[in-house]
Design a protein around this ligand. Structure first.
Ligand code: AMP
Length: 216
């Protein structure tokens, strides 16, 4: 198994790019740590009950909890795929846990894609984000609008704003990214794995092609 980490602040477009990459190549699989957690919260599993408060405050859930969920996810996918990690790792401790998971699965970390977007743009991007609560499709009121405003193109369900996309929680999530996740940039740069991608100011298709080029 090849592992590719998508790294970047909330709102940088990791989820959008992961979705497009998976759709473009059948050997790609994506796992979003945020989606795994939101699903666990919805189903009220023990992990979900524990994670709920952290997520509402825009804080990170405990490292061991999310590392276990990623480990479990990896057990269920083919060993010859390329796994795109969206949102994990988010701390240096998680990166060290991932190293162990990689060894245990005889996997290889092939690249870490850092999607760079200025903070001012992130806040606007998050404000326009909408999602389908039924099928999980993601939209943005300006850059990826649904055909009918507020309605999912795929399943016709009314779109919602994520609970943690409110301005107060977003401020906290960006601060958490700076203090706890940004150290990963130096961590992976030191290993020669970091690839920087400008994820703003150019069309979404060009961002996608630039990432594909880096991975080819
Ligand atoms: P996301 O959908 O990636 O923006 O994640 C939403 C929320 O889930 C974050 O604000 C955290 O509370 C939690 N979360 C997601 N991934 C992680 C992770 N790798 N470590 C800790 N908490 C996480």
């Amino acid at each position: 198994m090849q592992i590719v980490i998508l790294l970047g602040a909330p709102g940088c477009g990791k989820g959008t790019m992961a979705g497009r990459l998976s759709a473009s190549n059948t050997s790609f699989r994506t796992v979003s740590s945020g989606d795994l957690l939101r699903d666990a919260v919805k189903r009220q599993t023990p992990s979900g009950v524990l994670a709920d408060g952290f997520m509402k405050r825009g804080e990170l859930v405990p490292d061991a909890l999310i590392a276990q969920m990623i480990t479990d996810y990896m057990l269920g996918i083919p060993s010859d795929c390329t796994l795109l990690l969206d949102g994990f790792p988010r701390t240096v401790v998680q990166a060290e846990m991932l190293d162990k998971i990689i060894v245990a699965n005889r996997a290889t970390l092939s690249a870490v894609i850092l999607m760079e977007v200025p903070d001012s743009i992130l806040i606007d991007r998050i404000a326009g984000r909408r999602g389908c609560p039924k099928c999980g499709a993601g939209y943005h009121v300006l850059s990826i609008p649904s055909k009918i405003a507020g309605i999912c193109d795929i399943c016709g369900t009314a779109l919602v704003i994520r609970k943690d996309d409110n301005p107060e929680t977003v401020k906290n999530r960006l601060a958490v990214y700076q203090s706890q996740t940004m150290p990963l940039i130096a961590f992976y740069e030191g290993r020669g794995l970091l690839k920087r991608i400008a994820a703003h100011g150019i069309p979404i298709n060009d961002i996608f092609e630039n990432i594909r080029h880096v991975l080819s």
